[in-house]
Design a protein around this ligand. Structure first.
Ligand SMILES: Nc1nc2c(ncn2[C@@H]2O[C@H](COP(=O)(O)OP(=O)(O)OP(=O)(O)O)[C@@H](O)[C@H]2O)c(=O)[nH]1
Ligand SMILES: [K+]
Ligand SMILES: [Mg+2]
Length: 445
């Protein structure tokens, strides 16, 4: 517990030159340090900005002037006493303030994530909210931001808590029955009172575990560009990226490496992948590029399969297997102005990178597919493999409980199911909550 008694300080804003930077202090010395730096005694009213001069307590030298905010615990982000200093965002100001602050007894620089760790330890955030906060800081697109804000707001945690309450009720029933009924009177079905609800709960949890949208939205969608050499794959990548990310030439087999770039597709995060043209080749380097292209395509969520209009309707054997994958979008390239797409090319989107033809239709089709795979609506979803693993364990334990016959084993499985959920939110103290629930029961009868 000694670590908790320490007071920590860090620059909360991004490093580098900026108009304003924020320093954050948390811990028992936050108040005394603030008084020492600013001379303000008493400290300003909680949560109201006050103008302050920051001076080195050791020398009295003025370091900067700025704003001071005081958040006495427990009504603060970490639950401890917290102070925030808004000062000018130069390296020199921040270095001087940090040096002055860490010279104060009991104050040290914070480790990465330490403020949030304290918020978690003090019950200010559960684990899903901590992850929501991390995701919000990392969010690159609007849909990611919405999902992260929801999770930080506790939406996922609330669902888990609701599930926990239902399991807890079942566990309390089990324990009450086992503990307070004579051995021979333990009913045949220990879960009789809660079985319908537990069955419904299991279906709900399985549905949630099977839904990959939340995780996919967090990680982004991978769209791979595939096709024969010279189909115009790299030209399309460059056009979508708005820059010359990949080399384009009229030589078949130009691209060998897998080239990836990130796009914001109507608010959805997308990784677009350009690959080597698929064909049989004796060139070992090109063959390696093709192997990588196939491997990347196997992991992708969507494929854009390109075919040069001049080659219509011959789809090479190397490309054909990708045509009918779910989510594949077929593009007929080099349908330049004045060159009509073939009348029988149904299901193929005509495109000309050279003349900018077909991009609206392509963007619309891509956004629709991305939305279908990623749109999370207003429902909070699992966003990490960790959540899924814990929920899978929970479902397996509950499934065992529902089909079990031995009272002690049923009880233990319900308990394991609860622990699985507890791991998702980072609170596994089943016994404490159980005590509260037991208090509601008329156990004596
Ligand atoms: N006329 C016309 N030519 C295009 C169009 N798009 C690409 N090209 C040309 O097609 C040739 C091949 O383009 P790339 O983008 O290198 O094709 P690729 O599929 O990446 O080729 P590899 O990397 O070798 O597999 C280049 O000469 C491009 O300028 C287009 O819309 N119209
Ligand atoms: K090429
Ligand atoms: Mg290429």
């Amino acid at each position: 517990m000694t670590a908790r008694a320490e007071t920590i300080i860090a620059v909360a804003t991004a490093p580098g030159r900026a108009g304003v930077a924020v320093l954050r202090v948390s811990g028992p010395e936050a108040g005394p340090l603030t008084v020492a730096l600013t001379g303000r005694r008493p400290l300003p009213a909680p949560r109201l900005a006050a103008y302050a001069s920051f001076s080195d307590p050791a020398t009295g030298a003025l370091l900067d002037r700025g704003l001071l905010l005081w958040f006495p615990g427990p009504a603060s982000f970490t639950g401890e006493d917290v102070a925030e200093f808004q000062v000018h965002g130069s390296r020199a100001v921040l270095a001087a303030l940090l040096a002055a602050a860490t010279g104060f007894p009991g104050v040290r620089l914070a480790e990465p994530g330490e403020f949030t760790r304290r918020a978690f330890d003090n019950g200010k955030l559960d684990l899903t909210e901590v992850e929501g906060l991390a995701d919000l800081i990392d969010a690159e697109t609007e849909a990611q931001r919405r999902q992260a804000v929801r999770q930080l707001d506790g939406a996922l945690g609330q669902i888990i808590l609701g599930w926990q309450a239902r399991l807890m009720r079942a566990l309390a029933h089990c324990e009450a029955t086992i503990d307070f009924v004579e051995e021979e009177d333990v009913p045949d079905d220990l879960l009789s009172a809660t079985r319908p609800d537990l069955t419904a709960l299991l279906a709900e949890m399985r549905g949630q575990a099977a839904d990959g949208r939340g995780e996919r939205l967090r990680q982004g969608l991978t769209i791979v560009i595939l096709g024969p050499p010279n189909a115009g794959k790299s030209s399309l990548l460059n056009a979508l990226a708005g820059r010359e990310a990949a080399i384009v030439s009229d030589r078949a087999g130009t691209t060998r490496d897998v080239i990836e770039l990130h796009l914001d597709l109507g608010g959805y995060p997308v990784t677009l992948v350009d690959t080597a043209g698929l064909r049989a080749t004796d060139d070992p380097i090109e063959a390696e590029g093709i192997r990588r292209a196939r491997a990347r395509a196997d992991q992708a969520d969507l494929a854009l399969v390109l075919l040069d209009r001049a080659d219509w309707p011959r789809v090479p054997d190397d490309v054909a297997p990708w045509l009918d994958q779910p989510g594949t979008l077929r593009l007929l390239t080099k349908c330049d102005a004045g060159i009509a797409p073939p009348a029988d090319a149904r299901g193929w989107l005509p495109l000309s990178v050279q003349d900018g033809i077909g991009f609206d239709a392509l963007m619309q089709a891509l956004t629709e597919r991305a939305a279908a795979l990623l749109s999370t609506g207003a429902d909070p979803l699992l966003t990490r493999a960790r959540h899924r693993a814990a929920l899978d364990e929970t479902c397996a334990a509950l499934d065992r409980a529902l089909s079990g016959t031995l009272p002690e084993l049923i009880t233990e499985d319900v308990r394991l199911a609860l622990r699985g959920l507890g791991r998702i939110v980072g609170r596994v103290d089943v016994e404490d909550i159980l005590g509260l629930i037991f208090a509601e029961f008329c156990i004596g009868k």
